[in-house]
Design a protein around this ligand. Structure first.
Ligand code: FHN
Length: 587
């Protein structure tokens, strides 16, 4: 008998000494509004008539614009259409619970009245107005948590801030920067605008651990209940963040938040018209919720303060879907299963599981691996008619199967939600299971890291990708259940951040069911799907495996020869294999 038990999924809590759970409002919200707004909205991605690549708020760095020139933009900042009440209304219409605005981005310009630096929106612009004060008032009225983005490390205005070496070459004194700018500005932000939900720190690239710890201490001293985002660095955040626009391969451990763009920029860019569809955004919200990840979605108002119309339309469409299905998202816990399903995702609320179908629920639907007894199954939208179902056990492997008859189920686009009420808390099989469509997917987060050396150097990153895979002694191992004997094609799926090079060309070995397959990670196929948009899911074919019986198996993936990228080739990754999953499909 294999191990089959798992306790119901609880959202992990990190309780401070007071006994109050600081993250509860944030977990309840699941969806937040990010606002990138600053002087960069004036060039809007164009400098001296040339379209500047990358995201709009990086224009100063990309073009190495001298501070004396860039700062003159402030004289033109007079946003006649700024409407804080309208933005808070939009966040509420979209079903969002919190809002994070750039109080200071990497360009160093404070978007509020700052005594610590005259380079701020009240003193340096003809507008002489503090938009953060407007937002604080409107958020209070609207019941939305107000949070501030603050770039604690990169600062291209202050001579000792990181990453402006065209104006300020030579050695920097980060302590002077912290003393003169970061500490006083954080103090202003945390003492002048009422209770702040979170300081959203970003891009921890140069600050040491003690310096980041000092920043955290200051925040908690001034507002003990204020959260600190994971990008304060050194693991000092109250929750974790993967890279921008990242969708994890499966359910993650702990509290996560993916921040994402609606087009491809954070700060307004007048030529970026590639908007994600509302269907994409709603599907992504479902996907992230099922994995224990909040979704922080960005708008970039233009230099006049207007929110681009396509952003407004998309956020309203999300709100419309949430008005019917919000119970399956807001305050919902992740799926009890670690893996995705080919048909959709699952979220949890107490004794109810919500099945989110990305297409029409099939007339006869099967779910493998649910141990709990089901009481009743209904759709969230439309009639409350209960769907007939049966629960049985597959004799060869003992796998529990739930079969539902969805005849007459109405499809709600883009995602149809079905409530599955259980007799108790959910209990599911812990091993990866063959799915009714015959596929078996072994995701990174379900792998065990092993080594033939003393200690593995590789680890399975919290975001579900392998990290620091830089030697041939380390390996990954999965256990899984095959329901139907037969021959299966094996594909190893690796990935990379789309702006960085892919680490491929490694010779790997798959050992399973008495066979050894050798192959090289090549670009044999690019898997379709939302995850590939920013992290191409590159499938490399490794041949086929034959299972002569149903039952549990073990698969090991190890490198024979690694072809590592030089560290300086990538900005954020370690140059090793970023494994996302292994896919077995019926040959
Ligand atoms: O460099 C920033 C970028 O401009 C933007 O603010 C995003 C939002 O997550 N964070 C950094 C890149 O990851």
């Amino acid at each position: 008998m294999r191990a089959v038990d798992i306790s119901a999924v609880k959202i992990p809590s990190r309780r401070p000494a007071s006994g109050r759970d600081d993250l509860s409002w944030w977990r309840e919200a699941r969806l937040g509004l990010f606002i990138h707004w600053g002087l960069y909205a004036i060039p809007a991605g164009v400098w001296h008539g040339k379209r500047v690549p990358y995201t709009g708020e990086w224009v100063m760095w990309r073009e190495k614009i001298p501070f004396a020139t860039y700062s003159r933009l402030a004289r033109r900042f007079h946003p006649r259409h700024w409407d804080a009440a309208g933005i808070v209304r939009l966040a509420k219409e979209a079903g969002m619970g919190y809002l994070v605005i750039t109080a200071k981005h990497h360009d160093g310009f404070a978007m509020y009245r700052s005594d610590a630096s005259p380079y701020n929106v009240v003193d340096a612009t003809p507008w002489h107005h503090d938009p953060l004060a407007d937002l604080a008032r409107e958020c209070r009225r609207g019941g939305i948590r107000l949070c501030f983005y603050y770039s604690q490390d990169l600062d291209w205005q202050h001579p000792d801030g990181a990453w402006n070496d065209w104006d300020y070459p030579g050695k920097k004194d980060p302590d002077r920067y912290l003393r003169e700018k970061v500490f006083p500005q954080l103090t202003e932000l945390l003492t002048r605008y009422g209770p702040i939900g979170m300081i959203w720190f970003d891009t921890p690239l140069t600050l040491s651990r003690p310096r980041s710890a000092a920043i955290r201490r200051l925040v908690k001293r001034l507002q003990p209940r204020c959260l600190v985002s994971g990008r304060i660095g050194h693991g000092l955040g109250d929750y974790s963040l993967p890279r921008d626009n990242f969708l994890p391969p499966g359910r993650l451990e702990g509290d996560w938040e993916t921040c994402a763009t609606l087009n491809h920029t954070w700060g307004f860019k007048r030529h970026d018209h590639e908007w994600k569809s509302a269907a994409n955004l709603i599907t992504t919200l479902v996907d992230l919720t099922s994995k224990g990840c909040n979704y922080l979605l960005n708008i970039g108002p233009d230099a006049d303060g207007r929110v681009p119309a396509p952003s407004v339309a998309r956020l309203r469409a999300m709100g419309a879907w949430l008005r019917v299905n919000g119970i399956a998202i807001r305050g919902a816990a992740p799926s009890p299963f670690r893996n995705d399903f080919p048909w959709g995702r699952i979220t949890t609320r107490g004794r109810t599981l919500y099945f989110h179908f990305f297409g029409q629920p099939p007339r006869w639907f099967r779910l493998h691996g649910l141990l709990s007894r089901v009481r009743r199954i209904t759709a969230l939208a439309g009639s409350r008619k209960a769907f007939p179902f049966r629960q049985m056990v597959e004799p060869a492997t003992g796998t529990p199967i739930l079969a539902i008859n969805f005849t007459g189920a109405r499809r709600t686009k883009p995602v149809t939600v079905i409530a599955v009420e259980l007799a108790g808390l959910s209990r599911v099989e812990t091993l990866a299971l063959q799915q009714p469509d015959e596929t078996i997917t072994l995701i990174g987060p379900m792998a065990r890291v092993g080594t033939t050396a003393k200690q593995p150097a590789m680890r399975m990153g919290g975001n579900g990708l392998s990290e620091n895979w830089r030697n041939t002694a380390d390996f990954l191992e999965w256990r899984f259940t095959v329901l139907h004997p037969g021959t299966y094609e094996v594909a190893v799926v690796t990935t990379h951040q789309h702006l960085e090079p892919w680490s491929g060309g490694h010779t790997l070995r798959v050992e399973c069911a008495g066979s050894t397959l050798r192959g090289v990670t090549r670009r044999d196929a690019l898997l379709p799907g939302l995850r590939s948009a920013y992290y191409p899911q590159i499938a490399s074919r490794f041949g086929s495996l034959t299972f002569t019986r149903a039952g549990d198996f073990q698969l090991r993936l190890q490198a024979d020869k690694l072809k590592l990228l030089k560290k300086n080739k990538t900005l954020f990754s370690d140059g090793g294999i970023q494994l996302s999953e292994i896919r077995l499909t019926r040959a």
